[in-house]
Each structure stands twice: as structure tokens, then as C-alpha cells.
Design a protein. Structure first.
Length: 172
């Protein structure tokens, strides 16, 4: 199996959040994480599925113009490769995907688990959970999002991306 890419984009849209994206079947499967990922073992982070994105979007860092879907600054907070434990397509369909990340900030074993959907909810929500392994932090440990807030490609903060139009403006 070839290496599959993953990217976590910090996105200052209406609200600051993190977009967690896994390459699978020629697209980036994507979830919005309001609180971002955590390295604390067992900590659950709500992951709301959003539409699939083109693979080339994994390299986007810049500003999505006002009036466009997702308008706001985007930076590449982390990137690397991921490896599913077993069949990723079947795991997603079943609502439980186990995988390993090999990124610049996030490493080790993880799980995406679909929550039971209430009748009035239009789409299922998921939880992103860091597994207990050598890369996990104990409860109460410092937050990776605070420790390492900058882009892994430009070393800029989200405010710098937002303030500077360096020709990277694009539409999602």
C-alpha cells in the first residue's frame, strides 16, 4: 500500500477550528474539530464531517476570500502520512476507524468513532480519540495546540496568514 497523506489545517472562519483530513479513495475525507486534536490519551474531540476535498487542498495555506464558502485564514498546522489498521473504507462504513499518524506534530495510534445519531440530526458526528501509546500524553499535560500553534510549512501564526495577502488567496 502506498503512503496516504493526512493534514490538519487550522482554519479561522466564522469560528476558529481545525480541519482534520485523511487521504482515501482519491480525496481528502474531512472532519471539523472545534477544539482541535489532543495528544491526551482517551480525550475525545468532536469531529463533524464536512465534504470531501481535492487532494491538492492538502497543500493550501492562505486566505479564502470573503463571500466564499469557508472564508477566512487557513494554515497547515500538521501534515504527514497515515496508515489504517485494516480496511479503512470498511472501518469508516462501520463507524470505527483505527489508524496511525506519522506527522510533524501528531504521531501514534488514533481512532475515529461515529456516535449514535439522534433522529433529528441530519448527519452523524464522530469522535477523534488519541489511543494510549508512547506518543500519548497523560491527563493534565500541556496542550499541543498551545505549545505549537504555528504552521509547519511557513512558521506563521493564523493571525499572520490572515493579515498578509502573499498571493496565496484561493477558493475552496
Amino acid at each position: 500500500m502506498t503512503d496516504l497523506a493526512f493534514v490538519v489545517q487550522k482554519h479561522a472562519a466564522r469560528r476558529l477550528h481545525y480541519d482534520f483530513r485523511l487521504e482515501l479513495d482519491g480525496v481528502l475525507k474531512s472532519w471539523a474539530l472545534a477544539r482541535g486534536p489532543s495528544l491526551v490519551a482517551g480525550e475525545r474531540r468532536l469531529a463533524v464531517p464536512v465534504e470531501d476535498h481535492r487532494l491538492d487542498y492538502a497543500g493550501f495555506e492562505g486566505v479564502i476570500p470573503a463571500g466564499s464558502y469557508g472564508a477566512g485564514a487557513v494554515l497547515i498546522w500538521d501534515r504527514g502520512i497515515w496508515k489504517p489498521d485494516g480496511d479503512a473504507v470498511a472501518g469508516l462504513a462501520a463507524g470505527s476507524l483505527r489508524f496511525h499518524l506519522h506527522g510533524e506534530k501528531l504521531t501514534g495510534a488514533w481512532r475515529l468513532v461515529r456516535m449514535k445519531t439522534k433522529r433529528e440530526e441530519q448527519r452523524a458526528t464522530w469522535l477523534l480519540i488519541k489511543s494510549r501509546d508512547a506518543a500519548a500524553r497523560p491527563r493534565g499535560a500541556s496542550d499541543i495546540l498551545v505549545e505549537q500553534p504555528l504552521s509547519v510549512i511557513s512558521t506563521r501564526a493564523i493571525e499572520e496568514v490572515s493579515a498578509v495577502d502573499d498571493g496565496l488567496r484561493s477558493r475552496e
